[in-house]
Design a protein around this ligand. Structure first.
Ligand SMILES: Nc1ncnc2c1ncn2[C@@H]1O[C@H](COP(=O)(O)OP(=O)(O)OP(=O)(O)O)[C@@H](O)[C@H]1O
Ligand SMILES: [Mg+2]
Length: 500
C-alpha cells in the first residue's frame, strides 16, 4: 500500500527529550474514516507521538504525511487549520473561566472586529441544551467536576467545522459509563461523516468496543499495527508489557484491628451529602462505591478537609478531631490521593524525589534536616516498585507521561505513615502492569495497620480489592456490603438507589 492511501502516515519518526528517546523510529499508517486505537504502557510514547501529529511537538527525525502530503505543523492552531484536532490527556483550563467562554474559546461570534458576548452566551446556551447538559453557562469551571470539564472539552473539539482527524488522549478517564456510551455514539457519528479518530486508552473493554485498528507501542518503539480482530486481551497485554500478566487481584486479607476512622452523621449542603456514617478499621480496605455524582468524592473531600461540612463528627482512633483544612486532616493522620492529580497532587517544578518525599519529611529528617541518603533510598524504592518511567528520581515531575505523574503522586501517598489513606480512583490512567504494583502496595500498607478507603469506578477492581464497601446514591449511603456480599449485582443495585 502506498503512503498516499493512508490518511496519516508516520514515516520513521523519532523524538528525543534530554535523556529520553520518547519515540524511536516509528512507522505506521492510519486508514481514513476509522477508529485507530493507540496502546502501550505509561511512558511508551503515545502522547508524544500524537502531539507530533498535531504540531505541538517537532520530531527530531522523520516525516509526517497527512492525506499523502508531507506536513510540518508549526502549532496546534496550524494543525487544526489543516483539519487535525486533539483532546489532551491533561486537561488544562483556567479555573475562573466561565463555561460559556470556555466552550466558545477561539470560536467566538464577532460583531465587526469585536467579540459578540451576547452571541457567546446564546451559542453556548444552545450547545449545552443540545448536549443535554443542565448547567448554567455562567458557572465557573472550578465548580465543575473533572468529568464535566472533560465532556465540555470533547464537545468543544468535535463541534469545530472541518476537523477530519481527531486525536483523543484518554478521553474517558473521568467519564461515567453513561457518558462513555454517549461519547461512543458521538465517535460513531463522526466516523460516519468520514472523520479519522486516533484514540488512546488503557481500558481494554472500551478498546475492543470501538477499535477498527490497533497500534501497540513499547519503550518508544512501534510494536504492531493490525485490525482489532487480530488481537485479544491477552495478546495485547503481552505485546504492551512484553511478558504475560496474571489477571487475579493480589488481595490478601490481613488481620483487622480496631476502628481507626469513624465518620458520623456527616451532612453538607454545599456537597449535597446527607447523614453519612461509616467507619474503617486498621488493615481494612473499605470501598466507597456508586456512580459518578453519587457523592463519593465529595465525602472523602469533606473528610480530608478540602470542602467544609455543616454537621457531623470525625473520630480518629476513637478521639474526635476537628477537620477544617487539609493540614488538620494530615495532622490527624489522614492522607489522600485525589482523583484530579494534576490539579491537586503534583509540584511540577520539582523533581520526582522531592515530590515523593514531600509529604513524609518527618520520616526522612532528623532535627529538621533532610537526611539526603534516606530520602534517596526510600523514594528510589517507590520509584522502582511502581515502575516510574524516567531516567532517574532527579527527573522533573512535569515532563513525565500522564500515567507516570500519577504513579509519583500515589507513591507520595503510599509512603506516608498515615493512619488512614484515601485513594480516589487510584489506577485511573495507569497501565495494566503498574496497576498490579499499586494493588500490592495497598495490601502492604494494610498489613502495616493502615486503614484504606478506596473509590473506584472499575467494578472488577472494586470487588477484587475491598474487604467491605459502602455504596452511595444521591449523596446518601444506600447500603453496606461485606466481602461475601460484594458482587457486581449488589453494587449496581445499591448504586441505582435500590435496597440490599
Ligand atoms: N516535555 C518533555 N520533556 C522531557 N521528557 C518528556 C516530555 N514529554 C514526555 N517526555 C518523556 O517521554 C516519554 C514518553 O511519554 P508520553 O507522554 O508520550 O507517554 P505515554 O505513552 O503517553 O504514557 P501515559 O500512558 O502515561 O500517558 C516519557 O518517558 C516521558 O517522561
Ligand atoms: Mg499519555
Amino acid at each position: 500500500m502506498k503512503h498516499s492511501e493512508y490518511k496519516i502516515w508516520f514515516d520513521s519518526i523519532s523524538m528525543e527529550f534530554p535523556g529520553v528517546l520518547a519515540v524511536d523510529d516509528v512507522s505506521f499508517g492510519v486508514m481514513p474514516g476509522v477508529v485507530h486505537v493507540m496502546m502501550g504502557e505509561n511512558g511508551a510514547g503515545k502522547s508524544t507521538l500524537m502531539k507530533i501529529l498535531n504540531g505541538v511537538n517537532t520530531p527530531s527525525k522523520g516525516k509526517l504525511y497527512v492525506s499523502g502530503q508531507e506536513r510540518h505543523f508549526s502549532s496546534a492552531m496550524d494543525a487544526k487549520h489543516h483539519g487535525v484536532a486533539m483532546i489532551y490527556q491533561e486537561l488544562s483550563y483556567i479555573p475562573d473561566m466561565t463555561v460559556e467562554k470556555y466552550l466558545m474559546l477561539c470560536n467566538e461570534p464577532k460583531k465587526g472586529c469585536f467579540i459578540d458576548w451576547k452571541g457567546v452566551s446564546r451559542e453556548a446556551k444552545k450547545i449545552l441544551e443540545e448536549e443535554g447538559l443542565a448547567y448554567d453557562p455562567k458557572m465557573k469551571l472550578r465548580d465543575l467536576s473533572v468529568s464535566d470539564i472533560q465532556l465540555l472539552e470533547i464537545i468543544k473539539c468535535t463541534r469545530g467545522e472541518n476537523v477530519d482527524v481527531l486525536v483523543m488522549d484518554e478521553p474517558t478517564s473521568a467519564l461515567t459509563d453513561k457518558e462513555v456510551s454517549r461519547l461512543f455514539e458521538k465517535i460513531e457519528n463522526l466516523k460516519k461523516s468520514g472523520v479519522t479518530i486516533l484514540y488512546i486508552s488503557h481500558k481494554m473493554d472500551e478498546i475492543f468496543k470501538i477499535a477498527d485498528y490497533i497500534t501497540v507501542m513499547r519503550d518508544g518503539k512501534h510494536i504492531k499495527t493490525g485490525k482489532a480482530s487480530e488481537f485479544d486481551e491477552n495478546s495485547l497485554v503481552a505485546l504492551m508489557v512484553g511478558r504475560e500478566l496474571s489477571n487475579v487481584y493480589p488481595k490478601e486479607t490481613v488481620p483487622i484491628g480496631d476502628t481507626v476512622l469513624e465518620v458520623e452523621h456527616l451532612s453538607s449542603e454545599y456537597s449535597r451529602l446527607k447523614d453519612i456514617s461509616f467507619h474503617v478499621k486498621r488493615g481494612e480496605i473499605v470501598g466507597i462505591g456508586g456512580l459518578m455524582g453519587a457523592g463519593r468524592t465529595e465525602t472523602v473531600r469533606a473528610v480530608f478537609g478540602i470542602d467544609k461540612f455543616d454537621e457531623g463528627t470525625i473520630k480518629v482512633d476513637g478521639h474526635p478531631v476537628k477537620i477544617r483544612s487539609v493540614s488538620d486532616a494530615i495532622r490527624a493522620g489522614i492522607s489522600m490521593a485525589t482523583e484530579d492529580r494534576r490539579r491537586l497532587g503534583l509540584i511540577f517544578c520539582r523533581n520526582i524525589k522531592e515530590n515523593i518525599s514531600l509529604s513524609s519529611l518527618d520520616k526522612i529528617s532528623k532535627f529538621k534536616f533532610i537526611e539526603k541518603r534516606k530520602e534517596k533510598q526510600i523514594t528510589q524504592m517507590y520509584f522502582d516498585k511502581m515502575g516510574v518511567k524516567a531516567p532517574s528520581i532527579n527527573y522533573h515531575a512535569g515532563t513525565l507521561s500522564g500515567g507516570n505523574q500519577q504513579k509519583v503522586v500515589l507513591g507520595k501517598c503510599l509512603m506516608t505513615d498515615a493512619k488512614v489513606l484515601i485513594l480516589d480512583e487510584p489506577t485511573r490512567g495507569i497501565d495494566v502492569g503498574a496497576k498490579w504494583e499499586i494493588y500490592k502496595l495497598m495490601v502492604d500498607q494494610a498489613r502495616k495497620g493502615m486503614g484504606i478507603i478506596m473509590i473506584s469506578s472499575e467494578l472488577p477492581e472494586f470487588i477484587g480489592m475491598c474487604d467491605r464497601a459502602y455504596i452511595m446514591n444521591g449523596g446518601r449511603i444506600t447500603g453496606e456490603l461485606d466481602r461475601s456480599e460484594l458482587t457486581q449485582e449488589n453494587v449496581v443495585r445499591l448504586a441505582a438507589g435500590g435496597k440490599k
